[in-house]
Ligand binder design. Structure first.
Ligand SMILES: NC(=O)c1ccc[n+]([C@@H]2O[C@H](COP(=O)([O-])OP(=O)(O)OC[C@H]3O[C@@H](n4cnc5c(N)ncnc54)[C@H](O)[C@@H]3O)[C@@H](O)[C@H]2O)c1
Length: 327
């Protein structure tokens, strides 16, 4: 669906060189929205991938990029001072990843809590009312009720990553209550697709299988994930930016739970090659199953995911082979 943002709408996208930020920014640039992009291009994963996403964005005249860190309050102030035309903020920059949060807890507090607060507080100081931000399906922790509904209690995170995302939802609520900001939190469910993250299963498995290396299969392949294709996530984010509800939390998931074993079979089929599987127990902090209830996203955002896991994995592998020039 195409949204007709008002002429000269300007949106600040944080994490614009990241996986989701890149796709959202590109789509918005194509619809003539002006984008201020911000990213610190950190080396959590291959910086060249971030740079090549950013290079594509820099080809658009309506893209202005700032390299800097959200932890640095003066930098955040400077970006907002220099761009008084910003109408909305789409906050996607974060330290992502559940497993990394076990070994690097402070990074999550600094970027996801301090950085988040720097940004939302400066948004308030600069009278920017519309604030859309990334939360995560990981806030559901060990929720046993399937599918996961935004009505469910999410007070028991099982990783610091999840705790930082839940904290974002709470901070956003307080800014909505105190200052009338329009805050929408989006709980993304395992996003995948072209230009995807090298630390996530689809990328890791594809690379390892092509290089004849073993893959680690956690929970003996019995883990289930609601894998959601990037184009469907972008549609949900654009709808949220367009509608700017006063205060909402939405699930953005494909509404299908796929077993890891089947996911690996699809990768093998597309690569025409078998994986060497190293069966492992579940990792601390990981959840066994995720499955989004998307009733309220369907009603309020017209969210209607279109891409099956079979088509999505094919699109990723076509991109991967083309990008890394693999015959
Ligand atoms: N990809 C998923 O499956 C998924 C699932 C749930 C939630 N999320 C959330 O969605 C958002 C985007 O995720 P992604 O997959 O695109 O991750 P990503 O790591 O590809 O993108 C995040 C970007 O933010 C930048 N960044 C990190 N810390 C920063 C800081 N302190 N200052 C400035 N820039 C900084 C990084 O350099 C990166 O380019 C994140 O908030 C993530 O937690 C992602």
């Amino acid at each position: 669906m195409n949204y007709n943002f008002k002429p000269n709408t300007t949106i600040l996208v944080t994490g614009s060189a990241g996986f989701i930020g890149f796709h959202v920014t590109k789509k918005l640039l194509e619809t003539n929205v002006n984008i201020i992009g911000l990213d610190n291009l950190n080396d959590y994963y291959d910086v060249n991938l971030k740079k090549s996403r950013n290079k594509i964005l820099k080809e658009f005249d309506n893209y202005k990029f700032y390299k800097g860190d959200l932890k640095d309050l003066n930098f955040v102030k400077k970006v907002l001072d220099e761009n008084p035309s910003i109408d909305k903020i789409c906050h996607l920059a974060a330290q992502a990843g559940v497993r990394y949060s076990l070994t690097h807890p402070h990074t999550y507090i600094q970027t996801n809590i301090v950085g988040f607060t720097n940004l939302i507080d400066e948004a308030k100081n600069h009278n920017i009312k519309d604030f859309i931000y990334a939360s995560s399906s990981s806030v559901y922790g060990k929720n046993e009720k399937i599918p996961f509904s935004v009505e469910d209690n999410v007070d028991k995170p099982i990783s610091l990553y999840a705790a930082s995302k839940k904290a974002n939802e709470l901070i956003a609520h307080s800014y909505h209550h105190l200052y009338g900001m329009n805050c929408t939190g989006l709980r993304f469910f395992t996003v995948y697709g072209p230009y995807g993250r090298p630390d996530m299963a689809l990328f890791l498995f594809t690379k390892a299988i092509l290089e004849n290396k073993p893959i680690k299969v956690f929970n003996h392949g019995k883990m289930k994930r609601d894998f959601t294709y990037i184009d469907d996530i972008v549609s949900g984010i654009l709808a949220s930016l367009y509608k700017s509800y006063p205060y909402e939390i939405f699930n953005l998931g494909n509404h299908k739970s796929i077993e890891l074993n089947y996911f690996i079979e699809l990768i093998e089929k597309n690569l025409g090659k078998k994986a060497q599987k190293q069966m492992m127990d579940i990792q601390p902090g990981d959840v066994e199953n995720t499955f989004a209830d998307i009733k309220s996203s369907q009603e309020k955002l017209n969210f209607d995911p279109q891409t099956s896991i079979e088509d999505g994995i094919k699109k990723f592998i076509d991109w991967y082979k083309n990008y890394y020039k693999i015959k």
